[in-house]
Design a protein around this ligand. Structure first.
Ligand SMILES: NC(=O)c1ccc[n+]([C@@H]2O[C@H](COP(=O)([O-])OP(=O)(O)OC[C@H]3O[C@@H](n4cnc5c(N)ncnc54)[C@H](OP(=O)(O)O)[C@@H]3O)[C@@H](O)[C@H]2O)c1
Length: 248
């Protein structure tokens, strides 16, 4: 996949990993569109970047997604790269009383899984028109080895992983659209502070992995320590589980 002269949509582009991806792609000669829910934070982020347009949109609201897709068709008809990055996580123990795990799991499933299915279906007709196009779904190291304090979040990313594998196969058979999955380990962003994110890698490193993987058509992107844990998982899923959960 080319990494220049694309028109790129990044959901959740006002902070963390999405912002760093936006910065790198904008600097690399791409037209970038970022979304987020908080208008002020989003405008501030866009004002720091070249070639970047901000569109307030919540991925979990179907009416917002409809408006976003209509705007993209009208103002950005050359859109050819969609990065599904916005995510939601709760950190808690399944043994706590009154935790309302079902509500937390519902929010995580909606944002991390169902919203991606919704946007993908609505944006595919536009992507099909382009000579070269790709989708990038941001999952996580916990898509294949769950964290015990992120049980329902891990499950939502596992669902996204399964969907992404099947989508990649289907679109490769029937279209020219490539499907990538970005699987970061712990990254130092606001999102991960409750689980020791300060010790994580920088979101700029994650963005540079994505750029290299697109260039090389590496479809499953095992960022940093994700590669080591994946190897361990292939040889022993039990050891991989213990390794991820030790000390957490
Ligand atoms: N940080 C980690 O350790 C880590 C590790 C593996 C995978 N990931 C994944 O990487 C992705 C980005 O995480 P991050 O660490 O960069 O998070 P972050 O620093 O909290 O940034 C999240 C971004 O998404 C936006 N956002 C959140 N919910 C949204 C929604 N419903 N609709 C639209 N935008 C929304 C936020 O802006 P608003 O709040 O204004 O909407 C913000 O721009 C997530 O999918 C996460 O699961 C993170």
């Amino acid at each position: 996949m080319k990494t220049q002269n694309n028109t790129v949509l990044i959901t959740g582009g006002s902070a963390g990993i999405g912002f760093e991806i936006a910065k790198l792609f904008a600097r690399n000669g791409n037209q970038v569109i970022i979304t987020g829910r908080n208008a002020e934070r989003l405008q501030k982020a866009a004002s720091q970047l070249e070639n970047t347009t901000a569109i307030v949109s919540d991925v979990s609201k179907p009416e917002d997604v409809d408006q976003l897709v209509a705007r993209l068709n009208k103002d950005f008809p050359s859109l050819n790269l969609v990065i599904n990055n916005a995510g939601r996580a709760f950190y808690y123990s399944l043994s706590e009383d009154g935790i309302h795990a079902i509500d937390k799991a519902g929010e995580e499933m909606t944002t991390n899984y169902l919203s991606i299915i919704g946007l993908t279906e609505k944006i595919l007709p536009l992507l099909k028109k382009q000579a070269e196009a790709a989708l990038v779904n941001v999952s996580s190291i916990v898509a294949f080895v769950p964290g015990h304090t992120t049980a329902t979040y891990s499950a939502s990313k596992a669902a996204l992983h399964a969907y992404t594998q099947a989508l990649r196969y289907t679109l490769a058979k029937d279209t020219a659209i490539k499907v990538f999955e970005l699987m970061p380990p712990l990254v130092n962003t606001d999102f991960s502070q409750a689980i020791g994110g300060i010790n994580g890698i920088s979101p700029a490193v994650v963005a540079s992995y994505l750029l290299t993987a697109l260039e090389n058509d590496t479809y499953e992107i095992h960022v940093g320590n994700t590669a080591n844990l994946y190897k361990l998982f292939l040889s022993s899923p039990e050891e991989a589980f213990l390794s991820l959960n030790k000390g957490r």
